[in-house]
Design a protein around this ligand. Structure first.
Ligand SMILES: [Zn+2]
Length: 301
């Protein structure tokens, strides 16, 4: 049973909504690509679990927790009655090697060791579980989900699952007896209730309203779409969207990017780059948001 849907990382949302509206620096582009790749890897592993595992289990996708003032992240938590698996999922591609404690690209450049992060999460999770009164053992693993990832010099004891090992891992898990009881559900619900929304370490580009290019951007390729009265067509890839979907989506982007600014029909007309009548905007906003009047003006929340 799945207890929490995987949320798109906040920074990925910022990048997605800003891409096309501002010029991202090479560093920001790299960060965007990394966050996106990481998220895709996590979704792939979720899919693998849901397609392959048959015993009774509880699945929690994406937890940001705090224990004694320290924040830690868990990509995937899989709870069986006799064992808890903590997975951090990596979507690296290509050749890497390990030298002692250090991890490197084949070119020699060092990368941040994913193992250290895993060990830290494991340590803090075990402490938190003890505080919550559970003594079920935790097995931490790094999952390298991409089939084209190679790690040279990896010692056999490394808590790592390579994509080529997932099939055997599935057999192992599926042969394990597990019976989820209410106490396991209570623990899982407790962990979900402790989940924090956003980490203070989250980074995204600076922006302000004036500086952003206005218009409706394409969900597929981030190019601007052109307004064809009843529908919108992407100038980059030709993707089509009906009026309501495109305007609603853009209004939600606006709300996300500018939580402190009021959303009025005029603002959304400018935001979407619509020259014609305000009618179609008002129709969408009235249908999907709450309309509040303030003095002579009004806005939507
Ligand atoms: Zn497009």
């Amino acid at each position: 049973m799945n207890l929490q849907d995987r949320e798109e990382p906040i920074e990925l949302k910022y990048f997605r909504f800003l891409e096309g509206r501002i010029d991202l620096s090479p560093e920001e582009k790299r960060q965007y690509a990394n966050v996106q790749k990481g998220f895709e890897g996590e979704l792939k592993f979720d899919h693998w679990i849901e397609q392959n595992l048959s015993p009774d289990y509880l699945l929690i996708k994406g937890l940001l927790l705090e224990h004694r003032g320290e924040l830690f992240q868990i990509d995937t938590l899989l709870i069986f009655s006799g064992q808890i698996y903590l997975f951090n999922v990596k979507n690296h591609v290509g050749d890497y090697y390990i030298d002692g404690e250090n991890w490197h690209f084949m070119s020699g450049a060092e990368i941040k060791s994913p193992l250290l992060q895993l060990q830290r999460s494991d340590f803090l999770l075990r402490q938190l579980l003890r505080k919550l009164g559970t003594n079920t053992t935790v097995k931490p693993s790094l999952v390298f989900i991409h089939p084209e990832f190679i790690l040279y010099n990896a010692p056999p004891k490394l808590p790592v699952l390579f994509s080529g090992q997932l099939h055997r891992f599935k057999k192992k898990l599926n042969s394990m007896p597990s019976k989820i009881e209410r106490k396991h559900e209570i623990l899982a619900e407790r962990l979900v209730s402790l989940h924090l929304d956003r980490s203070p370490h989250t980074r995204w580009p600076d922006y302000d309203y004036q500086q952003l290019k206005k218009g409706v951007t394409c969900v597929k390729c981030a190019a601007f779409m052109s307004d064809k009265e009843r529908k919108w067509i992407c100038t980059g890839c030709g993707h089509e969207e009906d009026n309501e979907t495109a305007i609603l989506r853009s209004a939600k982007e606006y709300q996300f990017l500018f939580p402190d600014r009021k959303m009025t029909t005029n603002v959304i007309r400018e935001w979407c780059g619509i020259n014609g009548s305000k009618k179609k905007i008002r129709r969408v906003l009235t249908k999907h948001f709450r309309h509040l009047s303030q003095g002579k003006g009004s806005y939507y929340v």
